[in-house]
Write a protein of this length. Structure first.
Length: 125
């Protein structure tokens, strides 16, 4: 289920960013570039979580950690400096536009990675 949610966010964030970059880049370049970055992070997290092995685990840990830091930093900046974000990103307002799923998702991802341990998938089931 977790991987499916990541895949949905990977697809939606990447598609949204692609449209924004192609049609409205001049309006809010920072916001649209951050949306593209978040889409790439979601793709990497999805791949890392879906695969097994040490390199996949490292990828998942790295991507999900970057995701959490991104949500916290972009969320805080978008709340305290609204002028810097004239258009919302996936991570703006801590993911409020997406029902705060972008804030909760990396916490669940990190919890899952921690619970499944060093050996990969299956320990926590």
């Amino acid at each position: 289920m977790l991987i499916a949610v990541y895949a949905i966010f990977a697809l939606s964030a990447t598609a949204r960013a692609g449209v924004q970059l192609a049609t409205k880049f001049h309006e809010a370049p920072l916001a649209y570039l951050l949306s593209a970055f978040s889409g790439i992070v979601y793709i990497l997290a999805t791949v890392g979580l879906a695969r097994t092995g040490p390199s996949a685990r490292r990828l998942a840990w790295t991507a999900v950690t970057i995701e959490l830091v991104g949500v916290l930093v972009v969320g805080s900046l978008s709340v305290f400096d609204r002028a810097a974000f004239p258009s919302a990103t996936v991570w703006s307002g801590y993911g409020a536009g997406y029902g705060w799923v972008p804030l909760v998702l990396p916490l669940l991802g990190l919890f899952w990675l921690f619970r499944t341990g060093r050996n990969g998938v299956g320990k926590a089931r």
